[in-house]
Design a protein around this ligand. Structure first.
Ligand code: PHE
Length: 458
């Protein structure tokens, strides 16, 4: 992969990678599990995982990607070329499969988000009471056609950006959308934090309650750290392959990690004070965004005049669409880039994108239908959607991550790592010892524990 195909500037690279990291995981999932598992106590554990394990994984993937300039399967192959090491490429393949499955699920939720953006923009949710909103969500997500139409709309936008290319599509769109996202989020935070009764929301989110922090919560924190940083499936190997050669990998990783974490915390500030101020249940789980929040926004609408609640609701769903879009872009890019490398002669970016989007649409449609009309079909007591969700949250990303850290820590020569982190000897790498310790011992141990517990708990 030539240098000219990658990101053109450090800012562009960071915007794109932050775009990948910041997604539904930050704005919906993080605040909800943070509140559920003990607020500030969970946050502390989460921060440790993010900075010591998640960031080490991000650096691992960046090193593999930038050194080889290739997508995961070929990156493993390039770094482990001997016939005896050929099994490593299956770790890359596993990453590819994981990206595929995660994207399919992601598209279903992104389709819901796009629908809710459209509905709130035309005021369709205004005036519904709590029960009516719950009913509205259930009948929408269980219906056959409408969710699929919105998945297709969202996928078409994602595809258009990918066809635009790495620089003119991904980098340009991320450079515009990420700052917009931050501004929208800030506006929501100010609104939420200044509502009367908001203090309770801050307490829920930040007051450490160690009695609530269970073993389950610790595992959830690690899973969330991987998902939120987009590591554990090779997406960051692909983005790493687009990073400029003179980019400081440590600095870039710190930027991405800090931005991702701050945005997750800001999302919590935008959501919980408002939820408490409006007397709603904070433990809304999967329905928090689609059922609890519309009720919160509706209660901000005055009886007459400007429907301020609906305006904030529209802003919120726009924010969520943007966050989901830049994440979906990175997942689709990882697949398209692999296709390009796999068949350099016959494939083109446009062709690969169209083929992949066709496959994705079918798979997401099946997952969407498994929530409603096809919910009679179950695997181990779970709908297909639930089953793929479990695979994606408990098993596959930790397994792929484990392969990556063992590979870089124990198989790849340390000189290669040092050369990549120091940009050929021009940067200081005093932290190399700590990094090696993390990827050789700490991360594998933590990931193994997560995997084994996941398997034992089924
Ligand atoms: N990090 C994204 C989020 O928080 C999800 C994601 C995972 C994106 C893996 C790309 C790869 O929503």
């Amino acid at each position: 992969m030539s240098e000219t195909k990658g990101f053109t500037s450090s800012f562009g690279a960071i915007a794109a990678a932050v775009g990948s990291a910041v997604g539904l995981g930050n704005i919906w999932r993080f605040p909800y599990i943070c509140g559920q598992y003990g607020g500030g106590a969970f946050l502390l554990v989460y921060l440790c995982f993010v900075f010591f394990i998640g960031m080490a994984l991000m650096i691992t993937e960046f090193v593999m990607g930038r050194h080889t300039r290739r997508t995961p399967i070929f990156a493993y192959e390039t770094l482990a070329p001997s016939p005896k090491q050929r099994w490593w490429r299956y770790a890359g393949l596993l990453g590819l499969i994981t990206s595929f499955l995660i994207l399919a699920l992601y598209l279903v939720i992104s389709g819901w988000t796009t629908n809710y953006f459209a509905e709130s923009a035309v005021g369709r949710l205004a005036g519904l009471d709590s029960n009516a909103i719950t009913e509205h969500f259930n009948s929408f997500s269980n219906s056959a056609l409408r969710p699929i139409v919105f998945i297709a709309v969202f996928l078409a936008i994602t595809a258009a950006v990918i066809i635009g290319g790495v620089q003119k599509g991904i980098e340009r769109v991320s450079k515009i959308l990420m700052p917009v996202l931050v501004v929208l989020l800030m506006a929501l935070c100010v609104r939420s934090a200044t509502l009367p009764g908001a203090a309770k929301g801050f307490e829920y989110l930040f007051k450490p309650d160690f009695t609530q922090l269970t073993g389950q919560g610790v595992l959830a924190a690690l899973g969330q750290a991987l998902f939120s940083l987009s590591v554990g499936m090779g997406v960051m190997i692909v983005y790493g392959s687009y990073l400029p050669k003179d980019d400081n990998l440590l600095k870039t990783s710190i930027w991405i990690t800090v931005c991702d974490t701050l945005i997750a915390i800001l999302a919590g500030i935008a959501i919980f004070p408002a939820v408490f101020a409006c007397g709603q249940d904070p433990a809304g789980g999967p329905g928090l965004v689609f059922m609890t929040l519309p009720a919160v926004f509706n209660s901000m609408n005055p009886a007459e005049g400007l429907p301020i609640g609906t305006i904030f609701e529209t802003i919120f769903f726009l924010l969520l669409v943007i966050a989901a879009l830049t994440s979906a872009i990175s997942l689709l890019e990882a697949l398209v880039a692999w296709g390009n490398e796999y068949n350099t002669k016959r494939s083109s970016r446009t062709r690969n994108t169209i083929i992949l989007c066709g496959l994705m649409l079918v798979l997401s449609a099946v997952l969407s239908l498994s929530n409603g009309v096809w919910n009679g079909f179950t695997i181990g007591g779970k709908t297909l959607f639930g089953f793929v969700d479990q695979l994606n949250s408990i098993y596959l990303p930790p397994l792929c991550s484990l392969c990556a850290v063992i590979f870089l820590g124990w198989v790849v020569k340390k000189e290669i790592i040092k050369d990549e982190l120091s940009n050929g000897g021009t940067l200081k790498t005093g932290y190399l010892g700590v990094f090696m310790f993390l990827i050789r011992f700490v991360a594998p141990a933590a990931l193994l524990i997560v995997l084994i517990t996941g398997i034992l708990n089924g």
